[in-house]
Ligand binder design. Structure first.
Ligand SMILES: Cc1ncc(COP(=O)(O)O)c(C=O)c1O
Length: 385
């Protein structure tokens, strides 16, 4: 074992998640898999290959680094959409590799045209419009000029999409803001059509919008967190599970990720001794401990010291003492026959027990998204069935 831990990705779980999402949106809506942030920590290269085997053929990334990662493994026919940062070099990369990208302002639109002219080629663009998120997107008053530029440069531009992004569709507190965004987008869509432009896909929905607001699905949905088997928030989960018909009595989303390590060594400590650095944990009885070669260097949070658990032989096993840079200690006194090399589950299922990402999030006050993307890139990802 070259690494001290590895992450298993379950193709079966991904299939189930995508089946649920496909049923939700119907056969005619394109599903784009959002794989920014190293595929939400799952590993872009491994995830792309696995998703393609589950019939996904369009991937959204944040920048050209991520685009390159996906490009290096994707099928010839799969597409890439860059939804974030891109400069002139990136625009050139996209045009040469037939990747689409967001036009977030007029400057990027003009740069795109000059690069496309230089290459004597067409750029595949998605016009992102401002509807109320106030992050990126063409302002409403800039639309006439934008539409004119696009029309006058149709030899160099293919308008593949008209899109926007919602300001937190996963929270009911944002309900009215989202409703306003939906109507602003619909007005813009009409205007763009009146100007004679015909985007192939109108798209606005992330996971939460796809699940909670059916009218936002339009021609294409950009699905991130849900494909990995996580609800965008507890509110979305409860709302959906209560409102769905009874066939979803079981949670339809399944986490595809399991993070595993092994027991590195075992020893017994007398009562009254402190464990590891400092004095945060003192044994009250004869205690059998197992050392796990995982620490904060590997993405396991120090704040889980004396709080977190792992699974060994299917049993929830508490971390005692501080999580170190590369190791931590767990109490295995009540678990029989634990041996060196024994499997340890840090996130995921073992036997009948499970450690969820959200249980980490509750302990650490982090949302699923943040915890997942912090899983270091160097941990190997292995696809399982
Ligand atoms: C523009 C855009 N679309 C779609 C998504 C996917 O969101 P989610 O992971 O909530 O599905 C994101 C992620 O933040 C995004 O920035």
């Amino acid at each position: 074992m070259l690494h001290t831990s590895y992450i298993e990705l379950s193709k079966n779980a991904l299939k189930k998640n995508l089946r649920y999402l496909r049923n939700l949106v119907g056969p005619d809506v394109k599903i784009v898999s959002v794989i920014k942030g190293n595929a939400y920590g799952h590993g872009i290269k491994e995830f792309v290959q696995m998703a393609e085997e589950c019939a996904i053929d369009y991937f959204a990334v944040f920048d050209i680094y991520e685009a390159n990662e996906a490009f290096s493994v994707k099928n010839f026919d799969s597409d890439i959409m860059v939804i974030g940062m891109i400069d002139e070099e990136g625009i050139e990369w996209c045009i040469k590799n037939n990747a689409s990208f967001f036009i977030i302002d007029i400057e990027r639109l003009k740069n795109t045209i000059s690069v496309a002219k230089k290459l004597n080629s067409k750029a595949k663009i998605h016009l992102e419009v401002e509807t109320g998120l106030h992050r990126t997107g063409i302002e409403t008053e800039e639309l006439p000029e934008t539409a004119k530029i696009i029309k006058n440069n149709s030899d160099y531009l293919e308008l593949e999409g008209l899109c926007t992004h919602y300001a937190g569709a996963e929270s009911i507190a944002n309900y009215f803001r989202i409703q306003t965004q939906i109507s602003v987008f619909n007005e813009i869509k009409e205007y763009i059509k009146k100007m004679g432009l015909k985007p192939k896909y109108c798209h606005t929905a992330c996971s939460a919008a796809t699940i909670l607001y059916p009218e936002t699905r339009m021609d294409l949905v950009r699905i991130g967190i849900a494909q990995f088997g996580f609800w965008p928030s507890k509110e979305v989960r409860i709302h959906k599970l209560l409102s769905d018909d009874t066939k979803y009595r079981k949670d339809p989303l399944n986490s595809i990720l399991t993070w595993k390590s092994i027991v590195m060594s075992i020893k017994t400590v007398k009562p009254g001794e402190f464990i590891g650095y400092g004095n945060s944990y003192q044994t009250v009885r004869k205690t059998k401990i197992a050392i796990i070669p995982i620490g904060y260097f590997h993405g396991y949070r120090r704040s889980l010291s004396n709080v977190g658990h792992v699974l060994i032989k299917g049993k929830k096993t508490p971390i005692i003492g501080m999580v170190n840079m590369s190791m931590m200690v767990v109490d295995i006194t009540s678990i029989k026959d634990v041996k060196k090399g024994e499997e340890v589950v840090l996130i995921g299922r073992q036997g009948k027990n499970k450690i969820t990402v959200s249980s980490f999030s509750e302990n650490l006050n982090l949302v699923n998204y943040e915890l997942l993307v912090r899983l270091p890139q160097h941990i190997p990802r292995i696809i399982t069935n």
